[in-house]
Design a binder for this molecule. Structure first.
Ligand code: GDP
Length: 324
């Protein structure tokens, strides 16, 4: 494979080359990994940066509807938009919630858009690492905005926040004053909470829900990466395309503040360190996946069960055998 040529085509915003490169970084084949690393190193020199926006919400809250409407609005402003997904369900079941082709039909027909479903990998860590590479490829291809979507199922938000410059949480209007069981950890990583479906009969409920969340956000510890007034809660209607301009204005205001205050660069530097540590961890774990390591592990495991070896001594034996 001619990596130099592929790299040039990506820098020239060739979407087919981009799709091919993403397939390459998702491949587990050893020769593909080498080619992918070469490609990513070449492209890192481009220095291009997109605005990376993480977006999470439970199934049915309106993520695809929102991304389509929001993406179309950005394209109308002359921006190029990529949409990537981190879908832990594809890892578990082989079927992807975020990957089906009928989603975002209008957006997928736009020349300025690029949509890619979640890579299917055996675990969330693998999905996230490959998505990180895909984000880097989209940046090199000159996309202005990269939206990284995930289903709200806990852990995946944390991983997506390690890929994003800012994080949106999409919520549905809720009756009563229940905070929808949104976990505190997720509230803490949200920069903007968007209460969707603020239309028709749901409008009043959405307004009340939004006020509840605005109150809850004010109770959270102040974060250094926030200017006055953030994190913020807004109502939107993806269906009626209401509140999208305001959401974009808030996103830009926050992104500009973070760029000027240095938080943007600090966040990206910390993320690079996180992914470095993650690569090391994963490479060490991969050492355990060889046939030798598996059978040695089984032997030592029964020795531990019989009391012939202590867990510590058995672990040391195994690691010594791996040369770690
Ligand atoms: P996802 O699973 O989070 O991607 O949600 P979808 O975008 O597929 O939307 C789920 C359902 O909610 C669909 O029937 C949408 O038409 C509907 N929906 C999405 N956004 C809105 C909205 O702003 N208002 C209303 N009333 N319905 C919406």
């Amino acid at each position: 494979m001619d990596i130099a040529h592929l790299s040039d085509r990506i820098l020239n915003a060739d979407r087919r080359a981009l799709a091919r490169a993403i397939t390459l970084v998702e491949s587990a084949r050893a020769d593909h990994r080498v080619a992918a690393d070469d490609l990513l190193s070449r492209l890192a020199a481009s220095g291009r940066q997109s605005l990376r926006i993480g977006l999470s919400g439970t199934p049915g809250v309106g993520k695809s509807t929102f991304i389509e409407a929001f993406g179309m609005m950005l394209i109308a402003k002359g921006l190029r938009v990529a949409v990537l997904a981190v879908d832990p369900s594809s890892a578990r079941s082989g079927g992807s919630i975020l990957g089906d082709k009928t989603r975002m039909e209008r957006l997928s027909r736009e020349r300025s858009a690029f949509i890619r479903p979640s890579p299917s990998q055996s675990h969330l860590g693998g999905v996230a690492r490959r998505t990180r590479d895909a984000v880097a490829l989209c940046e090199a291809a000159g996309f202005d905005v990269v939206l990284i979507e995930t289903v709200g199922v806990g852990q995946s938000e944390t991983v997506v926040s390690e890929l994003s410059d800012l994080f949106l949480l999409l919520l549905a209007p809720a009756g009563g004053d229940e905070l929808q069981g949104v976990k505190r950890g997720i509230m803490e990583i949200a920069d903007l909470i968007l209460v969707n479906k603020a239309d028709g009969d749901l409008k009043a409920t959405a307004t009340r829900t939004c006020a509840d969340y605005a109150g809850a956000l004010r109770l959270l510890r102040k974060r250094p990466q926030d200017p006055e007034g953030f994190p913020k809660a807004l109502t939107v209607s993806a269906l009626e395309e209401a509140g999208l301009e305001q959401s974009w204005e808030e996103i830009q205001a926050l992104a500009n503040w973070r760029r000027e205050s240095g938080h943007w660069d600090r966040n990206r530097a910390a993320q690079a360190q996180y992914w470095f540590a993650e690569e090391v961890r994963q490479a060490l774990l991969a050492r355990l996946e060889t046939p030798w390591a598996r059978s040695r592990m089984a032997e030592l495991s029964s020795a531990v069960a019989d009391g012939r070896q202590t867990p510590q001594a058995a672990a040391r034996d195994l690691l010594a055998g791996l040369g770690v």
